[in-house]
Design a protein around this ligand. Structure first.
Ligand SMILES: Nc1ncnc2c1ncn2[C@@H]1O[C@H](COP(=O)(O)OP(=O)(O)OP(=O)(O)O)[C@@H](O)[C@H]1O
Length: 325
């Protein structure tokens, strides 16, 4: 893997008393997809706005393809393509025109922009609407507008592509196509910073993840590193009755070693080793039979419980040691 196309060091940005970014450090290398995860208000958009030169940091540094994005935002901006979280203003344009213009603005010839736009429309399966004009509040659906904005960011080769929630409003089939295209862009040599809430989808496409919470990096690494696994780890998801105010007190002790325990609303996510699968099922079945829980499901451990634990949704995080339940 070649050099870093994004290097962020000790980045700090405040809004009055709110520290939106608090000493953030992260790197994206050419050929790599890095996911930036975090709840609402974690500081993701603030970070992206500084990377693309829309907001000045109060401390720290940002280098995009070697250019100092704070001292020389214009040069840095030429090296980064952004798909913003808000919908692109497309009214009066067709997807074809919008994508071609984006390519031309990045220095592509007319012919190259035209063929790259067509290829992306095929890749994302939006050919049906390629020549349909967007009108104020109509013409194109939210999903097609989102895919068009993605294609505008992806049309020309740039060192760094920043995608802020690119799959909002996009249907399941086209979301899969979009993730394939993201992977292709990285395989073609771009570094991709992918901002998302969708932990499960991010897991399928990213090489590494940075988790933000209250403006700070609270976890970073590859999906398997963050899962803390154990590909053999399992996750027991227990659905609690709505009247169980504090289930950790009312549930009987588990006859299994729980390595991580997260509560999210009425869901308890318990991580355990595969060798305890039989005991876990017997235990959960007994709880359900005696109506102490609503139901349960056992599946391979995912990144989601690790993410919830890192961002403090957990009622308990006992990674590495057994916990009683
Ligand atoms: N222009 C602003 N003025 C005042 N406060 C702001 C401004 N922009 C962001 N903030 C605050 O900074 C913090 C981080 O916001 P930011 O938009 O970066 O979070 P986010 O992770 O992108 O959230 P979301 O997932 O909802 O888009 C929040 O507390 C937010 O209220």
């Amino acid at each position: 893997m070649s050099g870093a196309v994004l290097e962020v060091e000790s980045l700090t940005r405040k809004f009055g008393a709110v520290v939106a970014n608090d000493g953030i450090g992260l790197r994206v290398h050419a050929g790599e997809v890095v996911g930036l995860l975090g709840h609402n208000g974690a500081g993701k958009t603030t970070l992206v706005s500084q990377v693309v030169g829309l907001l000045r940091p109060h401390g720290g540094s940002i280098a995009v393809a070697g250019a100092d994005a704070v001292a020389d935002p214009a040069t840095a901006r030429r090296c980064v393509a952004l798909q913003p979280q808000s919908q692109a203003p497309l009214d009066g344009l067709t997807p074809k025109t919008a994508i071609e213009i984006a390519g031309r603005l990045r220095g592509m010839s007319r012919a190259d922009a035209r063929s790259a736009a067509r290829a992306l429309a095929d890749e994302l399966d939006i050919g049906e609407w390629f020549n349909r004009q967007a009108t104020p509040g109509g013409g194109l659906s939210g999903g097609v507008r989102r895919l068009t904005a993605f294609a505008m960011a992806a049309v020309a080769p740039v060192p760094l592509i920043v995608l802020d929630e690119p799959t909002n409003d996009v249907d399941a089939g086209r979301r899969r196509r979009l993730w394939r295209t993201v992977r292709r862009l990285a395989d073609d040599g771009a570094g991709v910073l992918l901002v998302t809430h969708n932990v499960a989808e991010a897991e399928r496409v990213v090489d590494s993840l940075v988790v933000l919470d209250h403006g700070r990096v609270v976890a970073a690494g590859s999906p398997s590193h963050l899962r803390g696994s154990g590909a053999e780890d399992l996750q027991l998801e227990i659905s609690l009755h709505s009247d169980h105010a504090d289930p950790s007190e009312s549930l009987p002790e588990a006859p299994i070693a729980i390595t991580r325990r997260v509560r999210s609303g009425r869901r308890m996510l318990l991580t355990l080793a595969a060798r305890d699968a039989e005991a876990a099922v017997a235990w959960a079945t007994a709880l359900r039979s005696s109506d102490q829980i609503e139901g349960y499901a056992l599946a391979p451990a995912t990144l989601e419980d690790a993410y919830l634990a890192a961002t403090g949704v957990a009622s308990t995080n006992t990674a590495g040691g057994a916990a009683d339940v």
